[in-house]
Every structure is written in C-alpha cells, then in structure tokens.
Design a protein around this ligand. Sequence first.
Ligand code: NAP
Length: 297
Amino acid sequence: MTILDGKKVSNQIKDEITAEVQKIKDRGEKVPHLAAIIVGNDGASLTYVASKVKACERVGFESTLIRLPGTTSELELLKKIKELNENDDIDGFIVQLPLPKQIDTQKVLLTVDPDKDVDGFHPTNFGKMALDMTSFIPATPFGILELLERYNVETEGKHTVVIGRSHIVGRPMSILMGRKGFPGNSTVTLTHSHTKNITQITSQADIIITALGNPGFLKAEMVKDDAVIIDVGITRVEDESRPRGYRLEGDVDFENVSKKASFITPVPGGVGPMTIAMLLKNTLLAREMHKAKKDAL
Ligand SMILES: NC(=O)c1ccc[n+]([C@@H]2O[C@H](COP(=O)([O-])OP(=O)(O)OC[C@H]3O[C@@H](n4cnc5c(N)ncnc54)[C@H](OP(=O)(O)O)[C@@H]3O)[C@@H](O)[C@H]2O)c1
C-alpha cells in the first residue's frame, strides 16, 4: 500500500511555483497577486483562508485578505467583488464559502470575473472544463488529478466511483475522471444520498473518491482489494484530548480500508494541502493570462 502524500507533493508544487516567481522577479515583472474575501467569523473558514494567505507568502505571491462582517449585505459584497474585478493589480481572487444566509451564493459566484475566478466556480469555467477547454479547474479536483499523475496511478479503463455530487468537488471530479487523457479515461459512477445499494457499487470500483463529509463512512467491506482510495472529507470531530478541542476526520475508515488499498490518501495530509497548492497554480495561470491580455493591448 502506498500513501498518496499530499503534504509532500504540495510542498514540491510550492517549490516549483516559488522558482517561477523568482523568474518573474528576475525579469522585473509584477508577482502574482491573490485576494481573498471572507464574510463572517466561521472558525473553519478563517483557518482555511489563513492557510491560503500563508501559502501565498511561502511562494512569494502578493496577497490581500478582505474581512467583512457577518452582517454584510449581498449588495455590499457584490460591490466589493466588482471592485476586485476592476482592480488591475489583482490577478485572481476567491470568495470563501459558505456565505451567511442573507447572501445568494450563486449571484456572488456569477459576479466574479471568470478571468479572475481562480476557484473555478463560475459557470464559464465549469463549462470550459466540461468541454476540455483551458480553464481554472476547481482546486480540490485539480489537486486530486495532480496527486494521481505524480504517483502515476493508472486511471485508464478503470471504474471510478465518486461519492458526493457537490459543485465544488464531486461533480467536477466525475467530469474530470471521465475526460480523455491522463488522468482520465475512467468509467465513472457518480453517487449521492439517493443512491441505492452503494456498497454494491463501491465494491466494484477500482478507484473511489469520497467527498461527503461523513467521518468513517467508507468501510473495508465496501472496498475491493487493491482499490485506490481518495478521501476528500474533512470533518471536525470534538476531541477534548486535542489542544484545539477537535480532530479532523476523513470519510474513510483509514485503519481498516488502508489494509486493502493499493494507494490511499490520509486525512489530514492528503487532499487538503493539494487544494491550497492548486489554488496557487491557478493564480499563476491567472497572472499569465492577465499579462498576455495586457501585452496584447
Ligand atoms: N480536502 C479539501 O480540500 C476539501 C475541499 C472541499 C471539501 N472538503 C470536504 O469534503 C467533504 C464534502 O464537501 P462538499 O462541499 O463536497 O460537501 P456537500 O456540498 O455537503 O456535499 C455532500 C455530498 O455528499 C452526498 N452524500 C451525503 N450523504 C451521502 C451518503 N450517505 N451516500 C452517498 N452520498 C452522500 C450528498 O448527496 P446529495 O447531493 O444527495 O445531498 C452531497 O452530494 C466535506 O467533509 C468537506 O469539508 C474538503
């Protein structure tokens, strides 16, 4: 069994990006600039945004964190997004989800300029991805592709089962695994909470990607020998023995499933760090597109 070490691979990617940034600096050009908007005080969201900002510093990007109160109106947030769309200094930005109840998430995502949408959530980017065109691929699925590629995990002709159909993980993952090329060329089954006899489906899978947010959901009896297991789930489970009062758990019963798997991602240290690295990669791409556009003027 091989651990797909997202921490190690994400550090390699960050080193590669750092080297790219150095070349940009050596040419006397402006370094990539990522902005992040966070609305409210959700603990997990604040942690995620803080790690994104830290990752920017690590690779030499400029970063701007915009913190708005939880009472921010939809109109105020849309105005802020339009400002970022028009700010020539910013190459890409993200709006950290989830948003407070008074704000329509779809309206927000539609307002982000697709050329700065480094999360890849705008319908233009999602559509391009589905049509095999160059686009910003949502960072978590992009990170999973990168892990599969760097560990040379065979995907062609394999049966991939994705559990969960969210717009940010499960749905795009199912499209990407079925695309032509590597990683891809898989036969994909997308499952969700209405799927019947899920064990019958998962036990036929060569590759299982779990993205449901249910700790320990995937048990050893649901998995065939030598399956490849990608665990996207991250759930905070109360744990008084930890300094923070909680621990992070994935969707996979790691202890037992790992005994049957050929490759498996741990939680933490698997998909999570890859997500941040791919956000940086998308920002680098945004900066290149932005520069090419400016140079063409
Ligand atoms: N590692 C990372 O960087 C990263 C990034 C994003 C998310 N995550 C984590 O990944 C998990 C999923 O996140 P998400 O945003 O994709 O979740 P989400 O929007 O809550 O979607 C969960 C999906 O799981 C499906 N589901 C729920 N119970 C199920 C069951 N018993 N059997 C089969 N499918 C079931 C739901 O089906 P329905 O559609 O029918 O409701 C839904 O499609 C969470 O733990 C989240 O924290 C991690």
